[in-house]
Ligand binder design. Sequence first.
Ligand code: ATP
Ligand code: MG
Length: 227
Amino acid sequence: MKIGVFGGTFNPIHYGHLRAAEEAREMLELDKVLFIPAGNPPLKSHNIADAEKRFQMVTIATAGNEFFEVLDIECSRTGKSYIVETLEELLGRYPHAGLYFLLGIDAFLDIPNWCRPDQVISMVDFVILARPGHFFRDLQASPYLHADKAALALMDNSGIADHAKVDMKSGKKAILMRGMSLAISSTDIRNRLQTGRSTKYLLPEQIESFIISNSLYGALNGVNECQ
Ligand code: ATP
Ligand code: MG
């Protein structure tokens, strides 16, 4: 069994997350993708919705995909959320599965700042997702990959293979996945909400409604004197 593991703050979840997870599932023939909202992210503190609300949003957004599942491992844990502990738990739960940790180029470059990074990179394989504003060639700065700049830069050009396998120094592998690469981020969505700009078609409608009805992110709810 091949299982994708998609961790994130999902503050809020958007189509960039959903589309990337679906493309990885299809391309790598994953049997399922586990979405794991971070409970109390150690590296983020600004304008974060409660873990319970973020968990609910991920549950609503993934409900229409039979391959997607949401786990509350991190949301239900007290204290900070550390990926290393989550992976330990998943390896215990699925001892015979191949686990693939899905993450964007930006997040992969951030791994050295995580708790016990050397352990994290030796536990599972990685699927590194393209993200506008980031380049595969930037991964040359990562201490974890065996790949030269030219090989990485090839993946920045469209028209060549849609994914490539790279060896990791830990003995695990990393799959670089170009995909559709949607220029959507939760930060941009929060900014739009705070300034009353449209977020239509950036995230599912049910999530927009959930944000408004739960007064998340200082969203202006668009009510005017006529209503
Ligand atoms: P924020 O702007 O608050 O950091 P975000 O949009 O980056 O939010 P996160 O919850 O931080 O979302 O990201 C979770 C994971 O999803 C990370 O690995 C991130 O790289 C990846 N990701 C987020 N948006 C995209 C996207 N548009 N395309 C591909 N991967 C994405
Ligand atoms: Mg992010």
